[in-house]
Design a protein around this ligand. Structure first.
Ligand code: HSE
Length: 366
């Protein structure tokens, strides 16, 4: 089957190619690489070969593919998806962007959690398969088992989201902010006579410098956090917060709508999103049962014992970055009552949060 890849040069696309290379997925496909700006040129070496890039806006070239997988973003999907379908193209459209997620005909793909939904959709002839929002995917990789078992009445999630979720430029800007502050405070840091408060003052002055790099975030992220992600929606929620409930319910195809809400916060991590989660359980489920269900949720979901040593070793962005692990820890009943379960989870937003569900979907159709 012929597979066309669009947006492979961007950050998510790059991670997708890396994963397809290490899992040797490319061996099962006749691959074309598309470009929005460099059609006709040669690609760098990818999958042990170089490609002549095809025009990502050429509907004929696109519709010669059985499967299109795009990490190019919503704007591109808006431009090509409708015209391709109107032209009668009936291939699989696999998209990392949010553009088609809530279309009734689209299926959200996170196979460790919703494999049966995906398989049913394929046999029903569905053709639009969309990667969910990263925060939602990472949450369900952690608590999908408890939801599936019908143990969860509602979910409150407070997120700690990495710079990469805002894009490659933002990720770079975070490191530029680190570098700026390192230079700005270096003299004081190297002088043992300087107090922490003097350094704090220097950092504050640094934020106010006109050369402090903040074009992409519009604010400092280093030494700071930003409790606002994406655009505003009604009722004071952000779009990122809205996605949690609508997408999670759609992924799991739940009959009763599971309420999920919370505050989404950008923090100074590079590519791992973390979440502090409060679950209202349907009953006082024993901790042993909870542990067994969490451990069984997916092969990548890892139980972390609720102690300091295990937590700071395994339940952090630094421990998880670049891996497929989804650690779940700090699991305990709370003072709110035995039906209120606290937990914390971390995941790499470029892997399970973006590229991995798309890559894995390919194996369901070929
Ligand atoms: N919207 C997410 C974020 C990233 O800003 O972190 C991808 O879904």
């Amino acid at each position: 089957m012929k597979l066309g890849i669009i947006g492979w040069r961007g950050m998510v696309g790059n991670v997708l190619l890396e994963r397809m290379t290490s899992e040797k997925d490319f061996e099962h496909w006749d691959i074309e690489l598309f470009s929005t700006s460099q059609a006709g040129q040669s690609s760098p070496e990818i999958f042990n070969q170089t490609f002549t890039l095809l025009d990502a806006h050429d509907l004929d070239a696109l519709s010669a593919c059985d499967v299109l997988i795009t990490c190019q973003g919503s704007g591109y999907t808006q431009k090509v998806h409708g015209p391709l379908r109107q032209k009668g193209w009936n291939g699989y459209f696999v998209d990392a962007s949010s553009e088609l997620r809530m279309n009734p005909d689209s299926v959200l793909i996170l196979d460790p959690v919703n494999q049966s939904v995906i398989e049913q959709a394929i046999s029903d002839g569905k053709k639009d398969f969309i990667g969910p929002n990263c925060t939602v995917s990472l949450l369900l990789m952690a608590i999908g088992g408890l939801i599936q078992e019908g143990h969860v009445e509602w979910v409150s999630t407070m997120t700690y989201q990495a710079a990469s979720g805002a894009g490659a430029q933002n990720m770079k800007e975070l490191v530029q902010q680190w570098a700026f502050m390192t230079n700005h405070t270096e003299e004081l840091l190297n002088d043992p006579a300087q107090s922490a408060l003097a350094i704090d003052k220097k950092v504050r002055e640094g934020y106010a410098e006109t050369t402090f790099p903040q074009n992409h975030f519009g604010a400092p992220l280093v030494g700071n956090l930003l409790p606002w992600i994406d655009s505003a929606r009604e009722e004071g929620e952000t779009r990122e917060e809205w996605k949690a409930m609508v997408e999670a319910n759609k992924i799991m195809n739940l009959e009763r709508q599971l309420p999920i809400d919370g505050t989404c916060v950008r923090i100074g991590s590079l590519r791992c999103h973390s979440q502090g989660v409060m679950l209202k359980l349907t009953s006082d489920i024993p901790m042993n049962d909870i542990e067994a269900i969490v451990r069984e949720t997916t092969p990548w979901t890892k139980w972390v014992d609720n102690n300091k040593e295990a937590t700071i070793k395994n339940l952090t962005p630094a421990a998880v970055t670049g891996t497929l692990d989804i650690p779940v820890g700090r699991v305990r009943k709370t003072k709110l009552g035995n039906e209120f379960l606290n937990l914390f989870t971390v995941g790499d937003q470029l892997l399970w949060g973006a590229a991995e569900p798309l890559r894995r979907f390919l194996s369901f159709i070929n």
